[in-house]
Design a protein around this ligand. Structure first.
Ligand code: GLN
Length: 341
């Protein structure tokens, strides 16, 4: 247990950060909502003013929360991280790589483009790639595959409560034309086999799992901690493929803004169109942010700016200078780092 004074300081600092990012001007909101991708209308995203949370979970099992940390939202694309993790655990490395690449696509998450040279989706963090990784998850039926994905999500979040939200799933199915087209085209091209509708439903179900921001931060901390949930102590998955997973999150996790993110924030992360970002500081910290207003790439506006600020303040960027790094020197307990300005 860290010193209560340190906990207070971290909470105060997180509260500060939250307050500073709380105001949203209506003009910005309208602009971003209008440029939101695909079917994600303002009504779907919800009101950004009311919904904003920032949570941190350390690998020592400390959790810090600010804002609406218990408000549930759909994982959407963040589920791709966990489907890929299972695909990696269930298959030989070269077999996964032959079906889905590790190159950033430079295109939108839902674009119907492929790596033509290697005849596979560009990476597992875009929709086409996630359809393939869902297919790669072991299981005799799609129901069994979904059970395994849910079990992994629950174990990473440290709760048995995570479920597919049926109303989100139904909406996803009603608006799945693009994903359906992508899946059928991939089958026609030999990148997928089997029942496309079943696979599509499996993918959309994992997108529709609801979590809270606190749970998201704990999931991130579990990844930061080599797949050991720092609160329950449970090993959610073998740790041997975590490097592969985090590498792909680093280069491809933020869609076609992945380069900007790597440049500005510099840690592996994944966003989803509900407005959530899960960011991982390996060996140290998990960050969860939830705020529905999206930018033109489909990333949470507040989420990106909050993460930028946390990364700058704590010197989290993987290529941060030594003096920035000093804030986070190895061996320093994470809660302490969070209090240093
Ligand atoms: N459910 C969404 C889709 O498949 C997820 C996309 C996202 O979060 N970027 O289109």
């Amino acid at each position: 247990m860290p010193d209560p004074a340190i906990r207070d300081q971290v909470n105060e600092r997180l509260g500060d950060l939250y307050e500073r990012h709380l105001p949203v001007d209506d003009e910005r909101l309208d602009h971003y909502y209008e440029s939101g991708r695909g079917t994600y209308s303002p009504a779907e995203a919800g009101d950004e003013r009311e919904r904003f949370a920032v949570c941190l979970a350390t690998v020592d099992g400390e959790v810090y929360e600010a804002g609406r940390h218990d408000w549930p939202f759909a994982l959407h694309s963040i589920s791709k991280v966990f489907a890929y993790a299972l695909a990696l655990a269930d298959n030989r490395r070269e077999d996964v790589l032959s079906r889905v690449g590790v190159e950033p696509s430079g295109d939108a998450f839902n674009s119907i483009t492929f790596d033509e040279r290697h005849h596979r989706p560009h990476n597992p963090m875009v929709n086409a790639g996630a359809l393939v990784t869902s297919d790669l998850v072991r299981g005799d039926s799609t129901a069994q595959k979904l059970d395994r994905i849910l079990a992994l999500l629950r174990s990473c979040a440290g709760t048995d409560d995570l479920e597919v939200a049926e109303e989100t799933f139904e909406k996803e199915v009603r608006t799945a034309d693009r994903n359906r087209a992508t899946a059928y085209l991939m089958r026609a091209e030999g990148m997928l086999a089997g029942d496309v509708e079943e696979l599509l439903a499996l993918y959309l179900r994992q997108c529709s799992v609801h979590v809270t921001c606190t749970q998201l931060a704990v999931m991130a901390a579990t990844l930061a901690n080599g797949f050991v949930n720092p609160i329950s102590g449970e090993q959610a998955l073998a740790r041997d493929r975590i490097r592969d997973l985090l590498s792909v999150m680093y280069t491809c996790g933020m869609y076609d803004a992945a380069g900007q993110w790597a440049y500005e924030v510099g840690v592996p992360a994944k966003s989803g169109v509900a407005g959530a970002i899960l960011a991982v500081v390996p060996g140290k910290l998990g960050i969860g942010v939830y705020s529905p207003g999206l930018d033109a790439y489909g990333n949470s506006v507040r989420g990106v700016s909050v993460c930028k600020e946390i990364a700058a303040a704590l010197g989290l960027h993987v290529f941060a200078r030594e003096d920035e790094d000093a804030l986070l020197g190895t061996g320093t307990p994470a809660p302490q780092q969070l209090t240093e300005r």
